[in-house]
Design a protein around this ligand. Sequence first.
Ligand code: AMP
Ligand code: ZN
Length: 112
Amino acid sequence: MDCIFCKIANGEIKSEIVYQDETTVAFPDINPKAPVHLLIIPRKHIERILDPAGDQEKLIGHLVTVASKLAEQQGISRSGYRLVLNRGAHGGQVVPHIHIHLLGGRQMSKMG
Ligand code: AMP
Ligand code: ZN
């Protein structure tokens, strides 16, 4: 599988893994847009949310739970943070492996 996030998840590409469990891995974004910018991904290669449509509720719920725990750990829980899940071309998704962005440590601008 020629997928950069699969390779990070299985250790083929070195990254500073900040969290991992059976289903989920988190690591810093290589091009951070905020003082805290982590990516939370499933180990399983799924290109887009709900594609193919299936029971991803548990998976996405777990990713969000991990993101909020990491926010706590990073000390940005009180100040607040933004979770972003881009899907498809118009959503701005570049890497075709589900990921949630955890952004914090600065004031986010209004969504445009
Ligand atoms: P998206 O636009 O939602 O698909 O976001 C993809 C994100 O992955 C971007 O913010 C990139 O900076 C990030 N990214 C791409 N390659 C790597 C990598 N090797 N390690 C960490 N983050 C990466
Ligand atoms: Zn993948």
